[in-house]
Write a protein that binds this ligand. Structure first.
Ligand code: ZN
Length: 219
């Protein structure tokens, strides 16, 4: 998707790209109604697969997630007036929340690189996905082989793929609402061991609200 985009924009790098996001079915229906008015292309979209649209959409949303400062996703379902109303309200909030998280994450990653990070940090805010990304960035800063973060070293790659032996994401199992006693018992016994290959062991507990009150105190 990135290289297709490079080709389409002829290597230009706009500061901000707006992505008008629609569910595939709605997008296809709109394209068809435009298509009906233009006889030349008639039927083109009939032969396109919904799956193709889904992949394109996912590609763009992935780009947007990777570079939130350069892409803004606009929820485009509804009338033009509804879209304007919904997104102007939403984007001011999202920009403030997203920028805040990015700044905080950068600061914490710098602190981590200097080895001055507190042993436990709570990331709290309105954008859980951004918070999780921030936690992963900090884990990278703590274990990056090149002592940077988010480069493509082996440690950063493994953290990204969630297979680094010293970086653990503890989350709520699908069938439960809370993080279990067993999960915490495993965490505490493994946390007392030395790191396998990284410099630091990192446990990301997401969300921390899912800890029982007793476990919160134990941390
Ligand atoms: Zn790295």
């Amino acid at each position: 998707m990135r290289s297709l985009n490079e080709w389409a924009t002829d290597g230009l790098h706009p500061d901000l790209t707006l992505i008008f996001d629609l569910p595939e079915e709605t997008g296809l229906a709109r394209a068809r109604s435009r298509n009906a008015a233009a006889p030349v292309d008639e039927g083109r979209f009939e032969t396109e697969d919904l799956r193709f649209f889904r992949r394109v959409r996912e590609g763009y949303l992935t780009l947007a997630a990777a570079e939130p400062k350069r892409y803004a996703v606009i929820e485009a379902a509804g009338t033009p007036e509804e879209v304007f109303e919904k997104n102007t309200r939403r984007s001011a909030r999202a920009r403030a929340a997203g920028a805040g998280v990015n700044d905080a994450a950068a600061l914490l990653a710098e602190t981590a690189k200097r080895g001055e990070l507190h042993h436990a940090i709570i990331l709290h805010g309105p954008a859980p996905d951004a918070l999780r990304r921030a936690a992963i960035q900090i884990a990278k800063a703590l274990n990056c082989v090149n002592k940077t973060q988010g480069d493509d070293c082996l440690a950063c790659q493994r953290i990204e793929r969630n297979i680094h032996p010293d970086v653990h994401i503890v989350e709520v199992g699908s069938e439960r609402k809370m993080i279990s006693v067993e999960q915490i018992r495993d965490l505490l016994s493994s946390a007392s061991l030395r790191p396998y290959e990284g410099r630091n062991k990192v446990y990301i507990i997401d969300p921390a609200d899912a800890l029982s009150p007793a476990d919160r105190i134990r941390f």
